[in-house]
Design a protein. Structure first.
Length: 101
């Protein structure tokens, strides 16, 4: 059984989460502008899709494990790795003594 590749593409989910947090904190202080509300909704949508796809792969992994299908389990592990890499975050260059150009 093949796993359908439905990763988030090149979206860096950590940036989505940072913007989501920023907008959430802003709305605690004041009403969001129409643009900010639109961004908040877009971030929420991306986050929900990410969570749904990751949960789906974990569920597939559980099924593969329960049926003893090691090949399928490895394919699922690759998909999970791809999804989880979209959430990785690199530290800013100044932590490494470098500056961005």
């Amino acid at each position: 059984m093949k796993v359908i590749n439905r990763t988030m593409g090149m979206i860096d989910m950590m940036n989505v989460h940072w913007r989501l947090a920023e907008l959430w904190l802003l709305q605690e202080k004041r009403s969001l502008t129409e643009q900010e509300s639109s961004e908040l909704n877009a971030c929420m949508k991306l986050n929900a899709r990410y969570a749904q796809r990751l949960a789906e792969q974990y569920n597939f992994g559980y099924m593969a494990s329960m049926t003893g299908d090691e090949v399928w389990l490895q394919e699922i592990a690759v998909e999970i790795d791809k999804l989880e890499r979209t959430h990785e975050c690199k530290r800013p260059l100044f932590f490494e003594g470098k500056t961005e150009k």
